[in-house]
Ligand binder design. Structure first.
Ligand code: NAD
Length: 268
C-alpha cells in the first residue's frame, strides 16, 4: 500500500498505538502529522521518523480544545494543501472508580477528550475533505465501547460507545462526498511496559493480564500496536474504498468471549 503524497493526521501520536500508526503511514510514503498534548513526545516521534528519511511534522494540541484543533488543521492545510486521512486515537481513561465515586469532572474530561475531541477533528477535516471529494477517517474505539469493562469505570466505555455512534453519523454524512469513515475496536493491546502497567491504578496486575489473555483471547497473545496500526492503514487504503460505517474488532478473537472462556475453563 502506497501513501505517497498523502497527509495523515494522527491524534495521540506521541506514544502507543498512535505513534506506531504514525510510523506505519510515514514508512509507506505519507506525511504523518503527529498530534499530541504531550508536545515533547510528539516532537520525538516526528524527529525519529525524519531520521529514517520519512516525513512527519509534530503539533502540540489538546484535542478537546476547538481553537487548537481548528488552528492545527488550518495550518496543515496551508502547508500541504490537503488532508487525506484522520485517525482519531487520543484518549484518557479517567481511571477506575465505582459510579458513586466518579466525579462529574472525571466524566466531563473523558468525554471531552475521547469523544468531543474526535468530533472536533472530524468536523475540521471534513471541511477540507468535502471539496477534495476524498478522505478517510478512522476512529479508535474499544471493546469497552461494545461490551463494557470491569476496570474502566463508566466514563471510558461511554466515551468509546459514543465513538461508534459518531462513526455511524459521520459515515452517513460524508459517504456521498467520497469520504470513508470507519471504526476499530481494539482488545487488550500492549502499549505499555509490563512494569508500567502493573503500577497503574486500574486494578490490572501482570498476573491479571496473563490470566485475561489465557481466558479471553482465543489467539492466546496480547495485541501489539502494529495489529491496530496495520488495520488503520488498510482502512485508509484504496482496497477499503467500499467499506463505510464499519466497526472492526481487532482483539485476537476476544469478541468470542463466552466460547473462549468456556473452552478455557474446560481445559481445551
Ligand atoms: N491499549 C489498549 O489496550 C487499548 C484497548 C482498547 C482501545 N484502545 C484505544 O486505543 C487508543 C490508543 O491507546 P494507547 O494505549 O495507545 O494509548 P496511550 O495512553 O499509549 O496514548 C494516548 C495518547 O493520547 C495523548 N492524549 C491524551 N489526552 C490528549 C489530549 N487531550 N489531546 C491530545 N492528545 C492527548 C496522550 O498524551 C498519549 O500520547 C485509545 O483511543 C484507546 O482508547 C487501547
Amino acid at each position: 500500500m502506497d501513501f505517497k503524497d498523502k497527509v495523515a493526521i494522527i491524534t495521540g501520536g506521541a506514544r502507543g498505538i498512535g505513534a506506531t500508526t504514525c510510523w506505519a503511514f510515514a514508512n509507506r510514503g505519507a506525511t504523518a502529522i503527529v498530534v499530541d498534548i504531550n508536545g515533547e513526545g510528539a516532537k520525538k516521534v516526528a524527529a525519529d521518523i525524519q531520521t529514517k528519511g520519512f516525513n512527519a511534522v509534530a503539533y502540540t494540541a489538546d484535542v478537546s480544545d476547538k481553537k487548537s484543533v481548528d488552528d492545527l488543521v488550518e495550518d496543515v492545510f496551508k502547508k500541504f494543501g490537503r488532508v487525506d486521512i484522520l485517525v482519531n486515537n487520543a484518549y484518557i481513561s479517567g481511571g477506575y472508580a465505582i459510579v458513586t465515586e466518579t466525579s462529574q469532572e472525571t466524566w466531563d474530561k473523558v468525554i471531552a477528550v475521547n469523544l468531543t475531541g474526535a468530533f472536533l477533528f472530524a468536523k475540521a477535516v471534513a471541511k477540507i475533505m468535502i471539496p477534495q471529494k476524498s478522505g478517510k477517517i478512522i476512529n479508535i474505539s474499544s471493546g469497552a465501547g461494545t461490551s463494557g469493562s470491569l476496570s474502566s469505570g463508566v466514563q471510558y466505555p461511554a466515551s468509546k460507545a459514543g465513538i461508534i455512534g459518531l462513526t455511524l453519523g459521520l459515515a452517513g454524512d460524508l459517504a456521498p462526498f467520497g469520504i470513508n469513515v470507519n471504526c476499530i475496536t481494539p482488545g487488550l493491546i500492549r502499549t505499555w511496559e509490563p512494569e508500567e502497567m502493573a503500577k497503574q491504578a486500574t486494578g490490572w496486575t501482570l498476573e491479571k493480564v496473563d490470566s485475561y489473555i489465557a481466558v479471553e483471547v482465543p489467539l492466546k497473545r496480547v495485541g501489539e500496536p502494529e495489529d491496530i496500526a496495520e488495520t488503520v492503514v488498510f482502512l485508509a487504503s484504496e482496497g477499503a474504498s467500499y467499506i463505510v460505517g464499519e466497526v472492526i474488532n481487532v482483539d485476537g478473537g476476544g469478541v468470542i468471549d463466552s466460547v473462549a472462556k468456556r473452552e478455557s475453563l474446560l481445559g481445551f
